[in-house]
Design a protein around this ligand. Structure first.
Ligand SMILES: Cc1cc2nc3c(=O)[nH]c(=O)nc-3n(C[C@H](O)[C@H](O)[C@H](O)COP(=O)(O)OP(=O)(O)OC[C@H]3O[C@@H](n4cnc5c(N)ncnc54)[C@H](O)[C@@H]3O)c2cc1C
Length: 408
């Protein structure tokens, strides 16, 4: 991703007064540190990550790395030497156990106390594992970290039967990657259609046809009641009594924002760490970015918590600017993209409240445009040409009239 032009140098003060401590080791943490240096923040930057590897991109974890076509190293956000070269003190295997806003310190699991002038919580999210019997069995996987992806890739070779619980983005991307790897995949979705949380019924149908056409068994409208097996998972029981026989079970039913540090520190939380439009929490010196943050969206008139690359990057840039004392205001048009069986899916904006829609199929291109009160609001695209996607994005961003664009 191109970095913006360097800003005039900003001089930090002494170590304790001007140090930024970032909690987390994912994209939002990395991007905050990168942006701070880009904005010429001169003071110390410390990134405290509970993980044992440097920050990496997550999209390949459910695509090329899971399929086995790219190595783990392809996911590094920056080469290993980058962090020290930019004077970013990246500390791995360092879990933060406490944030003390009054004292402006964080405390690590090893008992180390780190003072800060500004703290950034980039603690991400963890996979939800529903409280169903049998999900503690060996062979039950989740997919969030690089370690999760490598473990699943190694277990799911050709011929292995994999049941995927959840027909959302991650479950479907994993289903596609594992099918391409030669596994026999069954997707189990409790809702009557795939991608029910984000896509319209038309797009769900197209995605269903794509998966079934590639040999994925998709079971809709029935949830799982439990998993069974002697020591290892062998089957999943559905609500209607059907047993899906499997060697592995991948649970992809959603994520929960990691808010425990913030809550314990007394920061305002509610399905995410609450921030303002500059990503500042209820404590002036503490910011939150990425999957863990919930911001007020003027565009949609409500709080939003996004789980996307765009949000991790753009929200981090806003927090970094605010820390550097520059005006910054966050009100993004949500963008989510996905790749399944080589097909590109782009979701631009949120269709909530839409009162009109127009669909266009042409070859393998499918574009669904949503309008509200005569204004372009959102689009769902499958295999849209990049020019089409950017025209739609600009039109939705600018709130252009729906009628003209729908006809075009
Ligand atoms: C498999 C997968 C595929 C995806 N594909 C796409 C895609 O194609 N397109 C898209 O837009 N989005 C995609 N996403 C979503 C996107 O990757 C995430 O929204 C984004 O990476 C979130 O970044 P983050 O830094 O907020 O969170 P995370 O990446 O979860 O990072 C949080 C970090 O904080 C650390 N941490 C938590 N608590 C502590 C603590 N107390 N002390 C120290 N460290 C702590 C964690 O160990 C972790 O390293 C995908 C996500 C996944 C899981």
């Amino acid at each position: 991703m191109a970095e913006p032009a360097a800003a005039p140098e900003r001089r930090g003060g002494n170590m304790t007064e001007e140090g930024v401590v970032i909690v987390g080791g994912g994209l939002a943490a990395a991007q905050t540190a990168i942006q701070l240096r880009q904005l010429r923040w001169q003071g110390p930057i410390t990134v405290l990550s509970a993980e044992d590897v440097a920050p990496y991109w997550k999209p390949p974890l459910s695509k090329s790395i899971l399929q086995g076509t790219e190595p783990a190293e392809s996911a590094w956000i920056r080469p290993a030497e980058f962090w020290a070269r930019r004077r970013i003190d990246l500390r791995l295997n360092t879990k933060v156990t406490r944030l003390e806003p009054a004292a402006k310190t964080v405390v690590t699991a090893a008992g180390e106390l780190l003072p800060y002038s500004h703290a950034v919580l980039a603690t991400g999210a963890s996979c939800v594992v529903p409280p169903l019997p049998g999900l503690e069995l060996a062979g039950v996987h989740v997919l969030r970290s690089l370690g999760d992806a490598l473990a699943l890739r190694d277990a799911a070779g050709p011929g292995v039967r994999v049941a995927v619980l959840g027909g959302g983005f991650i479950g479907l991307e994993a289903a596609a990657a594992l099918t391409a790897r030669g596994a026999a995949v069954t997707v189990i979705e409790r809702e009557p259609r795939l991608l029910a949380r984000v896509a319209s019924a038309e797009t769900s149908k197209v995605v269903l046809a794509l998966h079934r056409g590639q040999g994925v068994a998709v079971l809709l409208g029935r949830g799982a009641t439990h998993a069974a097996g002697a020591g290892r998972v062998e089957s999943v029981r559905l609500e209607d009594g059907q047993d899906v026989v499997c060697d592995l079970l991948l649970v992809c039913v959603g994520i929960r924002p990691e808010t425990r540090l913030a809550e314990a520190a007394g920061l305002a939380c509610g399905d995410g760490i609450l921030v303002d439009t500059s990503m500042r929490t209820s404590d002036d010196a503490v910011f939150a970015v990425g999957d863990c943050a919930r911001f007020p969206s003027a565009r949609y008139g409500r709080g939003l918590r996004l789980e996307s690359i765009q949000h991790a990057i753009d929200g981090a840039a806003v927090a970094a600017a605010a820390i550097c004392g520059q005006p910054a205001r966050y009100d993004p048009l949500p963008l989510i993209s996905s790749v399944q069986f080589g097909q590109q899916l782009d979701f631009i904006g949120l269709a909530e409240g839409a009162d009109a829609s127009r669909v266009r199929h042409e070859g393998d291109e499918h574009v669904l445009l949503h309008g509200k009160s005569g204004i372009c609001r959102a689009a769902e695209c499958l295999n849209a040409a990049p020019e089409t996607a950017s025209v739609l994005r600009r039109a939705i961003e600018a709130g252009e009239p729906f009628g003209a664009l729908a006809v075009a």
